[in-house]
Ligand binder design. Structure first.
Ligand SMILES: Cc1ncc(COP(=O)(O)O)c(C=O)c1O
Length: 315
């Protein structure tokens, strides 16, 4: 049994427009106005009804790839789409920013971020990986990093993330350290120990490990990695930045970004949090002007949360 939010109004009115400046900046210490209240338990038949659009006779066990969006959420999404189509100018200038801000505030509360500006909404985890890896790539290009410097990850990192390293980091001189994790792993200690050996490798020839990429839940096979312990090792060993790929985490595990302590943390909201496809959040510990969306829009240069408000026209 699980619980449903109290309000079933499919088109919530963004309530925070008056606190937003035109450029999307918000007042310091801004928090989500209200936490959604959980009202009543949801019965088995209501759950079945929520997923009655799924093809009959097929057991959908691959939620990890595409998620599965409840009917009521899809209905709310359609209502928002209609509201946009009714009056796009009004929607774009007067509604969208407030709505996105409200969503960011809810996510910030959920993951214990200390400020809403640390939270951006992105399309998916792969976009977040591009954002993080492009800023690493730029530092190699600009000579801040050297050839001996590296990015470290486990061999089981998600393929698209590995390919992103191939695209954004290795062609411009960065080295990659891939830590082998023999499955089945027996203990967290074993994982941490293999990771430490990888960092030592990254530091050979005077190099520095500039970025560690750590999955919170690996994709195949599915293993929850001891992210906090691994990040502690990163800090002790002078790893400069840590990006946690928590694609499968939110909704399936508690996510407290302050406790976890990564520089960047992404999780897909469309998988185990049951949002419509496709949306994810990217938490950035610091606001840096060097972190941008790969698509350059008119909002470029205004900081990640603002430049993500509008990445040109799309659904
Ligand atoms: C661990 C991991 N990282 C990243 C991704 C990519 O997510 P997306 O397709 O939303 O970009 C996935 C997809 O399932 C994943 O399992």
């Amino acid at each position: 049994m699980t619980t449903l939010p109290q309000s079933h109004n499919p088109i919530p009115n963004p309530s925070m427009d008056n606190q937003i400046h035109r450029n999307g900046a918000v007042e310091p210490n801004h928090r989500a106005a209200k936490k959604p209240k959980l009202a009543h338990s949801i019965s088995d038949s209501e759950i079945r009804e929520e997923f009655s659009h799924h093809q009959r006779g097929v057991a959908r066990i691959n939620n990890g790839s595409f998620g599965s969006c409840p009917r009521s959420v899809l209905a709310a999404q359609s209502a928002w789409q209609l509201r946009f189509l009714q009056q796009p100018d009004d929607f774009f200038f007067n509604v969208l920013r407030g709505g996105i801000l409200e969503s960011r505030a809810i996510v910030a509360d959920l993951i214990n971020a200390d400020h809403i500006d640390r939270v951006s909404l992105v399309d998916n985890a792969t976009t977040a990986a591009a954002i993080v890896l492009q800023q690493i790539g730029r530092r190699f290009v600009h000579g801040h990093f050297r050839r001996e410097d590296s990015v470290i990850m486990f061999h089981c990192a998600y393929q698209a993330v590995k390919k992103s390293i191939e695209a954004y980091v290795t062609p411009i001189g960065g080295t990659v350290v891939e830590v082998q994790l023999p499955f089945p792993v027996r203990s967290d200690e074993e994982i941490v120990s293999e990771f430490k050996k990888g960092i030592e490798k990254g530091k050979l020839n005077g190099g520095r490990v500039r970025l560690a990429i750590i999955d919170h839940v690996t994709s195949m096979p599915s293993v929850v990695l001891p992210v906090r312990e691994l990040i502690k090792v990163c800090r002790e060993q002078g790893v400069e930045q840590v990006f946690v790929d928590g694609a499968h985490a939110i909704g399936s595990l508690p996510v407290d970004v302050k406790e976890i302590g990564a520089d960047f943390y992404v999780s897909n909201l469309y998988k185990w949090f049951f949002s419509p496809p496709s949306v994810a959040f990217l938490y950035c510990k610091e606001n840096s002007n060097d972190v941008h969306h790969p698509i350059v829009s008119q909002e470029y240069g205004k900081g990640l949360p603002v430049c993500l408000l509008y990445t040109s026209h799309k659904e």
